[in-house]
Unconditional design. Structure first.
Length: 216
């Protein structure tokens, strides 16, 4: 059983999806603690309501001193004997040193089909690029933002009348499906890093074409 910490900064809907999935009897990971770098993160209440211990480590109070913030975070992770970290809308950049320490053991979710559209406003970026399919990616964290070995992706069609908000809502549903599945895969030993590539023991279903738009 892997011991997981989820790091959030806001709403925490992915955290809630992970917590819910991890309650299943045969889930290979346990959500041990939810840590926020913001005291007013809405997700903290949901974590508490689900009976998960929470912790606030205010990054603001460390100013620009990332290393000091990370030292505090690391000691909380050590105290809880954490094996895996899941970032869920955690909006603070880590030093390369911290990322290296958690290499292959820290997951993130980003609402685009990486390597397209990393960073801010991924849905606006997708709409401006005119892609017909978008989605979400769960990946291992590397020092570069929203990059790293891809564990799992889920896709949705982009509609002609989509706005960043409507697209975000459909992609979020996908996020809530793939993040628990990706954590299950990693925690059960179903992934292996081969340089920049994450090999997985699971495979795509044989009938897996998503074509958009549909010509009738
Ligand atoms: C999610 O859409 C997640 O993919 C995104 O922030 C949102 C957090 O929502 N993450 C990033 O953009 C990372 N670059 P949540 O707090 O409800 O899980």
């Amino acid at each position: 059983m892997k011991r997981v910490a989820i790091l959030i900064s806001g709403r925490g809907s992915n955290m809630t999806a992970l917590v819910k999935a991890a309650k299943a009897e045969n889930f290979p990971a346990e959500i041990v603690v939810v840590i926020s770098n913001k005291g007013d993160a809405a997700g903290l209440e949901n974590a508490k309501a689900a009976g998960i211990p929470t912790l606030v480590i205010e990054s603001k109070s460390f100013g620009g001193d990332r290393a000091a913030f990370e030292a505090k975070l690391q000691s909380a992770l050590d105290d809880n004997r954490i094996d895996l970290i899941c970032l869920g809308g955690f909006m603070r950049l880590f030093t390369a040193e911290f990322v290296q320490r958690w290499h292959g053991r820290m997951l993130n979710i980003h609402p685009s089909l990486l390597p397209s559209f990393p960073g801010l406003d991924p849905h606006g970026q997708a709409l401006r690029a005119g892609v017909k399919i978008s989605g979400a990616t769960v990946h291992f964290v590397i020092p570069e933002t929203d990059a790293g070995p891809i564990i799992m992706q889920g896709a949705v069609s982009v509609r002609n009348d989509d706005t960043a908000e409507t697209l975000a809502a459909r992609v979020l549903e996908i996020e809530h499906r793939i993040y628990p599945d990706a954590l299950r895969l990693v925690a059960s030993g179903g992934t292996q890093l081969d340089g920049d590539i994450c090999k997985t023991s699971a495979n795509a279903s044989p009938d897996d074409a998503l074509i958009s738009p549909e010509v009738i």
